[in-house]
Ligand binder design. Sequence first.
Ligand code: NAP
Length: 358
Amino acid sequence: MTRTYRLLLTGLGNVGRSFLQLMISQADLLRERHGARLLLVGATDSRGAALAPEGLDPAALLAHKAAGGSVATFPGSGRPGLGGAELVRAVEAEILLEATPVNLTDGEPGLSTAMAALRRGMHAVLANKGPLALAYAELAGLSDMAEPSEERGSQKDWPALRFSACVGGAMPTINIGRRDMAGARILRAEAVLNGTTQGILRMMEEGVSYQEALAEMQRRGLAETDPTLDVEGWDAANKLVIFANAVLRQPTSLRDVAVEGITGLTAEELLAAGARGERIVLLGLAEGGEAGRPYQLSVRPTALPQNHPLARIGGDEMGIVYHTDIAGRLSVATREPDPVPTAAAMLRDVLEIASRDA
Ligand SMILES: NC(=O)c1ccc[n+]([C@@H]2O[C@H](COP(=O)([O-])OP(=O)(O)OC[C@H]3O[C@@H](n4cnc5c(N)ncnc54)[C@H](OP(=O)(O)O)[C@@H]3O)[C@@H](O)[C@H]2O)c1
């Protein structure tokens, strides 16, 4: 039996358009392996929305965007000026997919859209870190991500909130930490979570200038809409905040992270580290806190010995090392040359929700 899941997709940039491509390329696999059919009933970009209860054609939407159009002018279903939160309230759907840009001032428009969905009982899958970095507790409290309690009843009574794309793209950072480390304590976590700075640092070692390297990461669709979030360390800090809340279960905000980016680093410093047998990465670290607050959090350029798992990863990779009490030391890396694996992580979340609700 095939079950249809109606989706809303806010944001049709590098990630949103990659998700539309996956709706086309993976449709047969989803039906055969998971008995699932995905139907897009609404989408937004910066100029408005398109909505159609009978479904929007992903290929036609992609062609319309590629030709420079906006969903607001999509023939027959465009609604100029309609935002994500209004779309969520206007259309019946099972799952919201949120992929608008990170906004660390107030989280908008993603925060209102995600809140509106969860308040309506709609599941939410986020690629946008901003709402989670600014309002993790509020979002979790409206969803199955809150810690269980008698008053809340069964977790299944709450809409699902998933965000595995937010912390390392297709690298299952959150899933490993929450599911596969069950029963273990994470004593220390080290991570390279920002692909843009990893790419820039490795290119600078090869003689490419900082500006050229940043432009290349933007060309690949991997940089943030506002790339200062990458190079000044805030994207990695956002991910660490989400990781600390969701996996380490330490209530954390951006204020709790010591942040330093890569803009002060020179090619000479990178090469000098290499000559010493070290490699500089933008390292996110959770370790050594105090009673009641077991983790101190930081993001800063750090020289690692060249045999460290995170010193060995390449310019289009991210990675994490979990040091645990009973599950050993687990290292994971992901190679992501474009935004497709991030869209694949959103698809993974959609399928997890589908199996939860089956
Ligand atoms: N790129 C990656 O590899 C990657 C990886 C993990 C997570 N993410 C996250 O995924 C999200 C999207 O990234 P992206 O690379 O796809 O960004 P992007 O290419 O800049 O696309 C952003 C999309 O959001 C729309 N948008 C911009 N401002 C808006 C507003 N105020 N209201 C409604 N829509 C708005 C844009 O509209 P127009 O089409 O009209 O410009 C565009 O469709 C970000 O939160 C990012 O942090 C990205």
